[in-house]
Design a binder for this molecule. Sequence first.
Ligand SMILES: [Zn+2]
Length: 174
Amino acid sequence: MEKVSTLTIEEKEFFMKEAIKEAKKAEAMAEVPIGAVVVLDGKIIGRGHNLRETTQNATAHAEMAAIQMACDQLDNFRLEDAQLFVTLEPCPMCSGAILLSRIDEVYFGAYDPKGGTAGSLLNLLEDQRFNHWCYLESRVLEEECSDLLKTFFRNLRQRKKEEKQKAKENNEKD
Ligand SMILES: [Zn+2]
């Protein structure tokens, strides 16, 4: 059974922009900028951003936080009829959480060729052998989503280079 999107292009871009706002919150905390929102009936019921470094928790992904908040809001682990927006393709853990919470539609911005399981390495979200599968759409505001990540990693490399340079200069002084 083919699933279809229930949203207009304008709605998709609006909610992805909200996910991007979440990603920027992560960036402001020197976290890899990834953000997510969960939407139900046109309203955001869950938000989250990556907090892996701050929490030193490998599972503190944007989608996990957004799904948790949505389940808390509804007091229900079932998020049927909900949509999830995330700036980067979900990993295996988050894809699992999406299936287990029965989110109906998933929209992501940039592909993650080294970790994504919504089309890159695997496609867990559209695998109809599971008892739940999703409508899946990629490349929603892709450029904006991937630029955030590219800029973040470029700045990180630059900072590391400068630190190395400084350490070298200090050594030379000694
Ligand atoms: Zn994840």
